[in-house]
Design a protein around this ligand. Structure first.
Ligand SMILES: [Fe+2]
Length: 272
């Protein structure tokens, strides 16, 4: 089964939501490339489901090559490492722990001259593939039941299985480079082998997933509980995107706006 996703395009926000429900991803073509455009388009896609969103964050490029990635809180800018291949991941687990955003948006403002292609892996299809293979029973059991550390060492602590469920029963599948065994628990070889197996399966899926380059005015919409995403390295320093993290009525929860990121204005709670 093909687990990579090539997101379908539309200029209708309601259709974009339908596509996200069907495929886990969509591209909404919008009229503009500003952060405000991204906020308005995200709200139009989610409609009355929207409960909260984080103020836009700019994804730019670290002008100093080789310095890696860093977040500038003053300008709300992620300075990406253009030389690095961005590994497959879900967003927001470091900052929000279990209450990580369930729908995320990336509006392309400027694309790189070369490279910078995105790729998406459908976690749900990946699980279905594993479930259909009798040889993968132990891996599937591990994914659904074994509690792992699910944040970065400096992030909001959270432990849980890779395949989790909200109180309302929505499945949430996590994939990121920080998934690891709890420090207070001895690691046995079979379980280590299963985590290595999950990494191998997701790496292979990432390698096979189709690549696509967002163009200015294209808003990538992702079900962050279902699909994993990454991007290729790129050239130049002009690549620019606006990112919106959002929480709907079926997310694990919404972040407390008084404490999230230490900024009272970082999270906007939508009255409903
Ligand atoms: Fe991301």
């Amino acid at each position: 089964m093909q687990t990579g996703v090539m997101p379908q395009q539309t200029s209708d926000p309601i259709e974009a939501y339908s596509l996200v429900e069907m495929d886990g991803a969509a591209i909404l073509v919008v009229d503009g490339t500003s952060a405000d455009t991204a906020v308005m388009a995200a709200a139009a896609v989610l409609g009355s489901r929207l409960r909260a969103y984080r103020q836009p964050v700019t994804i730019a490029t670290n002008p100093t090559a080789g310095q890696g990635v860093f977040f500038d809180r003053t300008t709300r800018t992620v300075n990406a490492d253009s030389a690095a291949h961005g590994p497959l991941h879900v967003d927001g687990y470091m900052m929000y722990g279990q209450a990580y955003p369930d729908v995320i948006f990336l509006l392309c403002s400027e694309q790189a001259p070369n490279g910078g292609a995105n790729f998406i892996v459908d976690g749900l299809r990946l699980l279905t593939t594993l479930a259909s293979d009798p040889a993968q029973r132990e891996l599937l059991r591990f994914l659904c039941q074994y509690p792992l550390e699910q944040s970065s060492p400096t992030g909001v602590q959270v432990s849980g299985p890779i395949v989790d469920r909200t109180a309302g029963g929505r499945m949430a599948i996590r994939c990121h480079q920080h998934q690891r065994f709890p420090e207070n628990k001895p690691i046995d070889a079979p379980h280590k082998g299963l985590l290595d197996g999950w990494r191998a399966v997701t790496s292979a899926a990432a390698a096979e997933a189709p690549r696509f380059r967002l163009r200015p005015g294209e808003l990538l919409c992702l079900d962050n509980y279902r699909v994993f995403h990454g991007r290729e390295a790129y050239t130049g320093t002009d690549r620019l995107l606006h990112r919106i993290w959002s929480w709907t009525d079926t997310a694990f929860g919404t972040p407390d706006p008084r404490t999230a990121d230490g900024r009272a204005d970082d999270i906007t709670v939508v009255p409903w």
